[in-house]
Ligand binder design. Sequence first.
Ligand code: SAH
Length: 350
Amino acid sequence: MIDIKSYDLSELKALIVNIHQPEYKALQIFKWLQRGVSSFDEMTDISKNLREELKKIALIRSAKIKQRFTSSYDDTTKYLFELFDGECVESVLMKYEHGYSICISTQVGCNMGCKFCASGLFGKTRDLTASEMLSQITSAQNDRGIRISNVVMMGMGEPLDNFQSSARFLKLVSDENGLNIGLRHISLSTCGIVPGIRKLAELDMPITLSVSLHAPFDDIRSSLMPVNKKWSVNELLAACREYQAVTTRRISFEYALISGVNDTIDCAGQLAEITKGIMCHINLIPANPVAENSFSKPDSITINKFKDILVSLGLTVTVRRTLGADIDASCGQLRKRYREVSSSEAIHKG
Ligand code: SAH
């Protein structure tokens, strides 16, 4: 079956012409799909005949709300979405002064194996299609009756390990006949897949590249992130420099502060050293505890000291607000809990 929501307008036109229908119908169908319908029957200005034709050859990959948690502290909502094959992914909707922002997943699970992250605990099940990335946005929008203006590809999965679909998603989500979310309002976060960063630079899109750095020394970074054994800190930073030379966009470095691991004065000094000459922003994230590991966040004195050193060395730094702290709103936590609950239910039932 054709994954029709992943088609761009020109591909859809070719498809429509191919089934002997007038080309102009493609735009109507494209708009319906990108607005988030989950069935062809919702396309009320499309003839029954054409809808039936489409049903025979195509499937709309939507994201069905399976669970929804809204934080009692703030307006953060975490969704667990079910995909057409029963797999689940998470998204987090956050409200900021300037509007709504959503953090979407790009894979079911993840193969990167970062030691502090809940998403990689079970490896990767499969890649998401562009349509499934889009559907996380449309489902949340339609659920809340809002317009989402910012997207971060920072949920479950590694977008550069699913390059083609991520690139297709970026093209579709910014289409003026679709969701029309400007590329400047989109961030893509990577654990540091160097060839992927180079390929992304070739697309020369004005998105924000966010790099999960987490440690400035190879030994510490390799112990936290297996990807560093393949591409070292040096190689990663070189790719970031090249990326910036092409796109002229500021890079954002994510740095999860983990008590006793990467929160030393030495680490702060080295972080400033290796990012010299890169126009960047450092985003410090107090590590979220995950039951399967023993990592914890440093106390606030240590966090502030780390930040102050970076600021004194001329860097732009923010400490990430922890939104939705009461709803397991960080990467992979909800799906993990859902798997636990459903498997313990299965055991009880069994
Ligand atoms: N694979 C991409 C995007 C998904 S992870 C990447 O690695 O960037 C999204 C962000 O959350 C990454 O910066 C990741 O390192 C961070 N993260 C994952 N688990 C975390 C935890 N327990 N505490 C703090 N940050 C975490």
